[in-house]
Design a protein around this ligand. Structure first.
Ligand SMILES: [Zn+2]
Length: 94
């Protein structure tokens, strides 16, 4: 898990080229909600913005739809990092 955390914190590609907070820091400050199950629905983008990076999910891109109390959409890659970072945060709280 240590390697994953270092990777997630050092690579800001998730936030694209914008100077925005990382997924981990957004989870820590509560601006990105915590995932509990990781259960999602997959489809092609429908014109919604990614909960993680904020970018539009194009109709040609696969997206995950999250329904865990809150309803959100995310790019597949963004969701993967979101889930890993949420699990790291949960593990560090134990
Ligand atoms: Zn995204």
């Amino acid at each position: 898990m240590r390697a994953l955390r270092a990777w997630g914190l050092k690579n800001d590609w998730l936030t694209t080229s914008k100077s925005t907070p990382t997924c981990a820091s957004r989870l820590a400050d509560g601006s990105l909600f915590r995932l509990s199950s990781g259960t999602v629905w997959a489809a092609l983008g429908g014109g919604d913005n990614c909960e993680v990076c904020g970018d539009l999910i194009l109709e040609t891109q696969p997206q995950y739809e999250i329904r865990e109390g809150k309803h959100a959409y995310a790019h597949v890659v963004c969701f993967s990092i979101w889930l890993v970072e949420a699990k790291i945060l949960d593990a560090s709280a134990e």
